[in-house]
Design a protein around this ligand. Structure first.
Ligand code: WTA
Length: 632
């Protein structure tokens, strides 16, 4: 059964119902799933605690809704089509039946390794079907997965292992990424030196490179799977049992573990997937994200598979072996819905349209965008050269914390406007707030984006620290979830996301806390203090500009800059490496010692004429020194 909306008036009608009778609305959507036991109550909530529960006391297993549910109707249909990094290597297709057996087999493997309901399992793997199989096997046995993007360093991995107290790590020998091979197992080995909770490491063989295996702890995936039963009875979970933890960056230094639970997340990801992309049975859908990010969780694995869709999983990068790779894949599999990030579009735009020419993109029906604001130029390029002006673009705004898409056109239904995420999905009650905590009513207003009412896919807590969840999201505006984003509602009532208003930056669609990068920089022994800001970057959306006070010792500036970049690489990973580092004699601080970031942002973006009021600075002269030493 599908709850797909088909017309614009249908959307308004559903939206109205979702606001006037939210419980009835979501109960109707939830009714189309397989529950082992139905809920006693649809919703219980307060945003003070916060305390949010959906489908109370319902019992289910999310993988039964992906696997058993589709076995008899879609058993021979492809669930996952895998395209390897190297186009010369053969891809793989897993039908729903094959996926069922693989997930069952690996569930048995995990149980044999004594992984139980509630145990935490870190997944640090390449984009291979086994990564999705691993996630689903965890969900099937009631274990909690925490996928860590395989580009994170051993330090970052160790932090996440420690915070989640993971018992198991699933990884590979190495990863193929473009022309590079990344020694993933070595990173895991390094991380495990400084952590103590992990008892078992299971290694999927991908690159065949030599790795060290610690007896008793490390096992090969294929060896453990040999001769193991390929059927398994799914464990019963409560609607509010944890499904996964996903670490994401915030304004403070330490990444936090966003917690999603089984029932609500299931209902929300399927509903939003079907409606936003207007997926029809038989379509081939492709989301280019990595499973290390929430987009990969909700819109490569859970949403599409819950909807019985065919979901492509791509191991490689957009520019390998050349800048036509995405279009080659679209052509090869006759992709109907294509979902990517603005940073990828801008990167490909730089190669012009030649790489697109050789390929037939007629199969495309819908284009999606996610992760950061899409600028108008990129929007038009995408629309004209990829979508040949036929395909609606769904600019989907959401966050790790929201679990699924919140504001977006419904493909082909909602009239689009370049750079606008347009209208909220049914069930999503937005509020625009001014700095004094007053809600701005009516159109043509701009302020901070909040959400007034719970939705099934929302985060429940931040792992191990509920107070942090409260302070980060529910304290700024009483009774509301604060997103951290600025937003404009135009004269038509359309929403345009303006970007973060907190100390979070968005680099190539990756969320990064400036404090997190500063902490990493400060690990360099010669660094005394640092301040990091974002600045507009042609391809990445935002680049990272770091101002650093150092003890130079005998280093040249260039040496020191390189060393600092290496330090960040080691502490977080290549995605956090500053684009520009300026060694400064001091930072613009107020008398109370607060860094005036406004000034640093202006210098970084090159708007040097008006620095605003600097009279409260302890040492106003430092501003000129910073301007003079600006890195172009
Ligand atoms: C930004 C990614 C503008 C936003 C799903 C948000 C966007 C943060 C859009 C969440 C969009 C995401 N338009 N900005 N369509 N989508 N963002 O947690 O600032 O990695 O708060 O989730 O990305 O990033 P996250």
């Amino acid at each position: 059964m599908s709850d797909r909306i088909h017309t614009l008036s249908g959307y308004f009608h559903e939206y109205q119902k979702s606001v006037t009778e939210p419980e009835k609305f979501w109960a109707r959507i939830a009714d189309s799933f397989h529950w082992k036991k139905r809920w006693d109550k649809v919703l219980e909530w307060d945003f003070e605690g916060p305390n949010v529960k959906w489908f109370l006391n319902a019992k289910l297993n999310i993988t039964e809704n992906i696997l058993e549910r589709h076995l008899y109707t879609l058993g021979d249909k492809p669930a996952i089509i895998w395209e390897p990094n190297d186009p010369e290597e053969e891809g793989r297709t897993l039908t729903y039946r094959q996926l069922y057996h693989e997930v069952c087999r690996f569930s048995n493997v995990l149980e044999k390794k004594d992984v139980k309901k509630g145990d935490k399992v870190i997944i640090y793997m390449p984009m291979v079907p086994e990564a999705a199989i691993a996630m689903l096997a965890c969900a099937r046995i009631g274990a909690v997965h925490s996928v860590v993007f395989a580009g994170f360093s051993s330090n970052a991995l160790a932090d996440r292992i420690d915070d989640s107290k993971a018992k198991v790590v699933l990884t590979s020998d190495g990863n193929f990424r473009g022309s590079k091979t990344i020694p993933v197992k070595r990173v895991v080995d390094e991380a495990l030196k400084s952590t103590s909770s992990v008892e078992t490491v299971i290694v999927y063989q991908r690159t065949q490179e030599e790795v060290s295996m610690e007896p008793g702890r490390d096992h090969w995936w294929h060896e453990l799977s040999e001769g193991v039963e390929d059927t398994h009875t799914a464990v019963e979970t409560d609607s509010e049992d944890m499904l996964y933890i996903l670490y994401t960056s915030g304004s403070t230094g330490k990444p936090k573990g966003v917690v999603h639970t089984c029932g609500g997340y299931m209902v929300y990801t399927k509903y939003t997937f079907e409606n936003v992309f207007q997926y029809s049975p038989g379509d081939v859908y492709w989301c280019t994200a990595d499973i290390g990010w929430v987009t990969g969780h909700s819109y490569i694995v859970y949403g599409p598979l819950l909807a019985g869709a065919t979901s492509i999983m791509f191991e490689g990068i957009p520019t390998y072996p050349d800048a036509g790779r995405f279009w080659a894949i679209v052509d090869k599999y006759k992709v109907n819905q294509f979902y990517t990030a603005p940073t990828a579009i801008r990167a490909l735009q730089a190669y012009g349209t030649d790489p697109i020419e050789p390929y037939n993109l007629d199969s495309l029906k819908t284009l999606g965008s996610v992760g950061e604001p899409i600028n108008e130029e990129a929007w038009h390029w995408y629309h004209t050269h990829v979508g040949k002006t036929r395909c609606p673009i769904v600019d989907t705004w959401w966050q790790t914390e929201t679990g699924g898409i919140m504001v977006s056109p419904l493909a082909g239904i909602t009239p689009t406007k370049p750079a606008y995420a347009t209208l909220p999905l049914p069930g999503i009650q937005l509020a625009i707030m001014d700095p004094d905590g007053k809600e701005l009513i009516g159109n043509s207003v701009e302020g901070n984006l909040c959400i007034k009412f719970p939705w099934p896919g929302m985060l429940r807590t931040t792992y191990g620290d509920h107070e942090r969840c409260k302070q980060t999201y529910f304290a700024a505006y009483k009774g509301m979830y604060f997103t951290g984003d600025g937003v404009k509602r135009d004269h038509d009532g359309y929403y345009r996301i303006l970007g973060r208003v907190d100390d979070v930056i968005n680099v190539s669609g990756h969320r990064m806390g400036t404090a997190e990068v500063e902490n990493a920089i400060n690990e360099h022994p010669l660094v005394i203090e640092s301040a990091v800001v974002g600045y507009p970057h042609q391809v990445k959306g935002q680049g990272i500009y770091a101002y650093v006070i150092c003890d130079m010792k005998n280093r040249t500036e260039q040496n020191l800059v390189n060393e600092i970049k290496d330090t960040v690489n080691k502490i977080i990973g290549p995605i956090a490496k500053p684009d520009k580092i300026q060694i400064v004699p001091g930072l613009p601080k107020t008398r109370s010692g607060k860094i005036m970031r406004r000034i640093l942002r202006k210098v970084a973006e090159g708007s040097l004429d008006n620095m605003g009021d600097t009279s409260t600075l302890l040492d106003p002269e430092v501003v000129d020194k910073i301007i003079n030493g600006r890195v172009e």
